[in-house]
Write a new protein. Structure first.
Lengths: 427, 254
């Protein structure tokens, strides 16, 4: 959780950094050539939007210690501003290229960041969290009241194909939208990364760690929080503008509490302590939501459970788990622990199977009972009302639990041994 | 006589109905090293909190270089050239030593809330931070998170953060508290070095440090300054002996 060692930060010419950014750009460019199905393109587009949104959220949570329960307000209002501008452009009332629409969303988000942020950032900590919750509810309520702007139940829909094609780009095909999102995502990532290495970004860290001392080195902590929130709201608005283009509709859900909760969950799962954490989080989360919701009605249950387990056992998120392994690999100790990881992984797969079986059968018997008790899980057909599948589930639970317990102890022991060794080697 | 760096006029502070500081008058000329001593609970730290803007005054006025700073916020007072350290170490625990010091120089170099400069390219900020790091003897700990430094190192960093912004008036709250004899000697050398040409006010319990460093000493008892004089005169002052040094002497005799 201590963050990237500062050794990595202060290096005027950092080849590794250029390499990582170059690779990221390359991967983003090549992906749709490999996964060409419409479903994959949609999924990747949504991931791109989610990455921008989660990174903007982590400017607050991870970098400045502000836990917001209402971040969807900025992405959502940015999306609404963008959709109205797109509709005006579509009807020829104003000139606005679709490629620049995310910027409009960003400016919309930033505008409301100036407005609401002034109120929310007066205080830090729990008070800040409470006020963001309040603002979130307030805006969500407005969404049902002001029909002209928010479009009521149905929201505001739009058409992203406007004007004459420019170099063959119409934004009709999904893959063109993907590339637009990819470019905005890459630029936003780079800018937010750069922000974390500016005076304001660093002082935001200082205000997170020790707001009192920050006041005694000349900084008005209210201002630091406010300015940070405005910039964060700007990038959230860009995410909103991108989602406007992607979905061609904006509804009250975009500003809603659920949307705010999702970005919190995605960011946390990825890891707030590292810059790249929310990127991983956004990818994993979007995959969860989009892919899993197609397979099972219980996807929110799995998501919630996953989130709780992460908070309890890996509060640093996936990023911190990754960085722990990187440390082992760099010091050539990974091979020693890998077999134990494998054992722990295998036993958790058994536990996962037990969980899926239990949850899906329960769902079939309760929620989905109108469709009978027959179930099809991974191609296996069986009757959830019979005793045998339940016996199998119980068996899996027990076997999985026993082996997982043993494997976990091994991992902990070997991990401890390696850490002691490394400490001694350093001394 | 030099111009006054810091002046307190009839400063009072009450918490509820309890008066803690009762009409303190104090004038500290520029370039003086001034020690504030007194028994526990006399209000020394409270006085520091009033001067640095951490608490509002109940009554009175405080002037910094002849200009009133009464009622200003801590960051406003800091920007006017007064910087303080804390009795309980108050640093940025998760940041490296270097980052701690670089944060402390940013405002004074005019970078304010900039989000258009890259820190690694700020030559002046990086140089100042390196210089302060060198002067407080933490060069070898450059990239160590402040939270895992030893106690004495954290105290040195505390002083480093305080002086990094180049403030002309420096308030040190018990800089040697909890240190061993050798650590204290190092700290005294450090304080002498970094306060050169500046106005220094410090709260200190170690009489060795006080008489070694201070040009002038003020004695605070029950929220009042009962004496403010040169060290040799304070040593001979009857009232001070009774109120403070006497108790200490008795304790030593036991």
């Amino acid at each position: 959780m201590a963050g990237i060692p500062s050794k990595l930060r202060y290096r005027p010419l950092n080849l590794a950094r250029w390499l990582i950014w170059g690779l990221t750009a390359l991967v983003m460019a090549v992906l749709p050539q490999i996964f060409t199905q419409g479903f994959a393109i949609t999924l990747m587009s949504q991931m791109g939007v989610a990455i921008v949104f989660a990174l903007s959220y982590n400017m607050l949570l991870g970098q400045s210690g502000m836990l917001s329960f209402g971040h969807a307000v900025y992405s959502g209002l940015g999306a609404y501003v963008a959709v109205h501008v797109l509709n005006l452009a579509g009807s020829g009332q104003i000139w606005m290229p679709v490629s620049l629409l995310p910027l409009v969303g960003g400016l919309g988000g930033a505008f409301f960041g100036v407005l609401f942020g002034y109120v929310t950032t007066k205080r830090a900590g729990t008070t800040f969290a409470m006020i963001t919750l309040g603002i979130g509810v307030l805006v969500a309520t407005c969404a049902t009241m002001f029909r002209d702007f928010f479009g009521g139940e149905g929201g505001i829909s739009t058409d992203r194909v406007i004007g004459k094609p420019f170099l063959g780009i119409t934004y009709g095909p999904g893959v063109q939208v993907y590339y637009l999102i990819a470019i905005w995502c890459l630029v936003s990532m780079a800018l937010m990364y750069a922000w974390s290495h500016t005076p304001l970004g660093r002082i935001a860290n200082a205000v997170r760690d020790n707001p009192e001392r920050a006041e005694f080195i000349g900084y008005n902590t209210q201002r630091v929080r406010w300015f940070t929130l405005i910039i964060s709201a700007f990038f959230a608005g860009i995410a909103g503008g991108l989602s406007t283009i992607n979905f061609e509709i904006v509804t009250a859900e975009n500003v809603g509490a659920l949307h705010s909760a999702y970005v919190l969950i995605a960011t946390f799962i990825g890891g707030v302590g590292f810059f790249f954490g929310p990127i991983i989080g956004a990818i994993v989360f979007t995959f969860f939501v989009v892919a899993l919701s197609g397979y099972t009605n219980a996807w929110q249950f799995y998501l919630g459970l996953f989130f709780v387990l992460m908070v309890m056992y890996a509060p640093g998120g996936i990023a911190s788990l990754v960085m722990m392994q990187v440390q082992l690999i760099a010091r050539k100790r990974f091979k020693r622990i890998a077999p134990h990881y494998l054992a722990a992984g295998a036993s958790s797969l058994v536990l996962l199977a037990a969980l899926i079986l239990t949850v899906e059968m329960t769902y079939q018997l309760s929620e989905n009972s109108a469709n009978g008790t027959l179930i099809n899980l991974f191609g296996v057909h069986f009757d959830a009302a019979k005793a045998l599948p339940w016996a199998v589930a119980i068996g899996l639970w027990i076997i999985g639990a026993v082996f997982f317990h043993l494997a976990r102890k091994r991992v902990a022991r070997v991990w401890g041994e390696i850490q002691t060794e490394l400490l001694q080697a350093r001394a | 006589m030099n111009a006054r760096a810091l002046e307190l006029k009839a400063v009072s502070k009450s918490f509820g109905n309890t008066p803690i500081i009762r009409g303190v008058d104090l004038a500290i000329p520029q370039g003086e090293r001034h020690a504030l001593i007194g028994p526990n609970g006399a209000g020394k730290s409270t006085l520091f909190n009033l001067i640095s803007g951490r608490f509002p005054l109940s009554e009175g006025e405080i002037l910094l270089n002849g200009e009133s700073i009464t009622g200003l916020k801590p960051f406003e007072i800091n920007r006017k050239g007064l910087s303080r350290s804390f009795q309980i170490t108050n640093i940025f625990q998760r940041m490296s030593v270097f980052e701690n010091l670089r944060c402390a120089v940013l405002w004074s170099l005019g970078y304010k809330y900039s989000f258009w400069h890259q820190l690694s390219k700020l030559k002046d900020a990086n140089r100042s931070a390196e210089e302060v790091m060198e002067s407080i003897g933490l060069k070898g700990r450059r990239d160590t998170p402040a939270g895992v430094l030893s106690y004495a190192e954290q105290r040195a960093l505390e002083i480093g953060i305080t002086i990094a912004g180049g403030a002309e008036v420096i308030l040190l709250d018990e800089p040697t508290a909890g240190m061993s004899r050798t650590e204290t000697a190092d700290a005294v050398d450090l304080i002498r070095k970094v306060s050169k040409g500046k106005t220094l006010v410090m709260v200190e319990h170690d009489m060795g440090v006080v008489f070694d460093l201070a040009d002038r000493i003020s004695v605070l008892v029950y929220g009042e300054v009962i004496a403010s004089d040169k060290p040799e005169n304070i040593r001979g002052n009857k009232a001070v002996q009774e109120a403070y040094l006497g108790a200490e002497a008795e304790a030593e005799a036991d």
